[in-house]
Ligand binder design. Structure first.
Ligand code: C2E
Ligand code: CA
Ligand code: CA
Length: 498
């Protein structure tokens, strides 16, 4: 009895085990299939059917190692030479991928793969290495030959894509590296091609071929960025090794007296940053400000400039310069968060009167890039009493609608219009138009880069009476600005004489 029972129990347990086993085997099978799918996706891109990243790496390594083995063996055969071409679709593709149906981006990828494939000779290869990136291996041995092929390829990639009757233009950038000259192993070669690609994207060129100098440029740039950080750290620790300092360039306003003679009636200043590098000497802000922007160091640097300017304004209290307004340059990146607003807010809480003496210079491009955030911050600062000038007016854009929307009260006519204003009819017309526009919109005008009497005469005749430029003074130290102010204020200026 007992035996039969245990036999039945044994059989039942056996059945349970068997069904468990089946489930286990099934899930093992599923797992194996998923792995195989993943493996094939690593080898082949599922959207385009083009060999993918792993296949590319395998091919590249095999190609280079094979070449090196042959070289070591000294077989005297033809040396291997090929170009690695990294192709990246523009941001427009990203937009399509994020906003339209998946089939839209798949269609673009498929068409791109077709166009790239058409550029290949029989021995050459195409890979789809990531969503918006492809790589070609071209066997060409000379750069001249490659340039011709690039022009043709660019033409083909530049054609629009038709999507349900809609024509979409998806641009692309290409970065090239030449084996063995730009990298002797696969990492070095890929790095070189990617560096060329990043330059193509940055400078918006259809393609860039790697040059040795690029690597050095990256090293130099990183060194400078590190230098900015170190200089700022030293500054904040109040060490006596101040590498940054501020200079002041006078903005001189001329007024016609009743007797018809011109007189200097007001003097303000633009604050400009200077960096004296311990080994490289004086570095132009036009060079290092963009580097500070890239790393985000522009935020602490901007805060330091505001703090330092406020210290100077406080020092001029009770002196003839008490009422001078200083214009501080603000980089577009400083509107990316509220750090700038915060530092000015803190400053004006301590000393409310200081707000009337600060004007912020913002470039047109930054106003147009982040109009909404800019508007919010600018309105807040305007509420504190801070004024705003549009810097480099007319240089990049000609959209004027923002002038009505933003709390701007000054426009600065860009130096590029002033350089030839004495002789170029074209520039004269532009300057006249800007100054008329400003008058109609009740905006103040500052003209920058005025160097000669001829330029000054034309500008004053056009009613542009606030002048900044070497004609009156280069940017100078605070003390020199103070003596300029005291000497020049109310002085007569004879336009015909100089
Ligand atoms: P910007 O704001 O357009 O400044 C005017 C530039 O023109 C200054 O160059 C000034 O020295 C120069 N300049 C003024 N008058 C004349 C002239 O008559 N002839 C010539 N040839 N040049 C003249 P600087 O100081 O080298 O500054 C270059 C740029 O660097 C500035 O252009 C500004 O965009 C940026 N920058 C300078 N200081 C700062 C700063 O404190 N913060 C930020 N964010 N940017 C700054
Ligand atoms: Ca400026
Ligand atoms: Ca300017």
């Amino acid at each position: 009895m007992l035996q039969t029972e245990s036999l039945e129990q044994l059989l039942a347990e056996n059945n349970i085990l068997r069904s468990h086993n089946k489930v286990l085997i099934q899930s093992l099978e599923d797992e194996r299939r998923r792995y195989a799918e993943l493996q094939s996706q690593i080898m082949v891109n599922p959207h385009t059917g083009v060999p993918a990243l792993q296949a590319f790496l395998n091919t590249l390594v095999t190609l280079i190692e094979g070449d090196q083995v042959r070289n070591r063996a000294g077989d005297g055969g033809k040396a291997l030479s090929f170009f690695l071409v990294v192709v990246k679709l523009s941001n427009q593709y990203d937009l399509v991928a994020r906003t339209l149906k998946e089939s839209a981006s798949e269609w673009i990828l498929y068409q791109t793969a077709m166009r790239l494939g058409e550029s290949l000779a029989p021995e050459e290869k195409l890979f789809h290495t990531s969503d918006d990136e492809f790589v070609l291996i071209w066997q060409s041995s000379s750069i001249t030959q490659v340039q011709k092929r690039l022009a043709l390829l660019h033409q083909s990639l530049d054609k629009h894509h038709s999507l349900s009757g809609v024509r979409l233009h998806i641009g692309s950038h290409l970065g090239l590296a030449h084996y063995p000259f730009h990298g002797r192993n696969h990492q070095g070669l890929r790095h070189a091609a990617n560096l060329a690609l990043s330059l193509a994207i940055k400078s918006d060129q259809p393609w860039v071929v790697y040059e040795e100098q690029f690597r050095q440029d990256v090293v130099d740039k990183m060194e400078l960025q590190n230098g900015i950080l170190k200089a700022l750290e030293a500054q904040s620790m109040q060490r006596n090794t101040s590498q940054f300092h501020l200079v002041y360039q006078p903005q001189v306003t001329l007024l016609k007296d009743r007797d018809g003679r011109m007189r200097i009636s007001d003097i303000n200043a633009e604050v400009l940053l200077r960096w004296r590098h311990p080994t490289k000497g004086l570095i132009s802000p036009a060079h290092f400000i963009p580097l500070a922007e890239e790393t985000g160091l522009i935020q602490p640097l901007g805060t330091w400039i505001i703090h330092q300017t406020s210290v100077q304004l406080a020092a001029w209290k009770g002196s003839p310069l008490e009422k001078a307004v200083v214009s501080i340059n603000v980089s577009p990146k400083q509107f990316a968060n509220d750090q700038l607003v915060y530092s000015i807010d803190r400053l004006t809480r301590k000393e409310p009167a200081i707000a009337q003496r600060i004007k912020l210079e913002v470039t047109e491009s930054s106003l147009l890039e982040n109009t909404e955030t800019c508007l919010k911050y600018m309105n807040y600062l305007r509420g504190l009493g801070i004024q705003f000038a549009v810097d480099d007016f007319g240089k990049d854009y000609s959209s004027l609608s923002y002038l009505r929307k933003l709390p701007v009260n000054t426009i600065k006519i860009d130096k590029s219009f002033i350089d030839h204003v004495g002789t170029s009819h074209h520039d004269q017309v532009i300057v006249r138009a800007i100054s008329n526009l400003a008058r109609d919109l009740k905006l103040k005008v500052v003209v920058e880069g005025v160097e000669t009497n001829k330029q000054l005469r034309f500008l004053v005749n056009e009613g542009c009476s606030t002048i900044q430029g070497y004609f009156f003074s280069k940017p100078v130290s605070a003390d020199q600005f103070s003596s300029f102010y005291q000497k020049a204020m109310n002085k007569r200026v004879n336009l015909n004489q100089v």
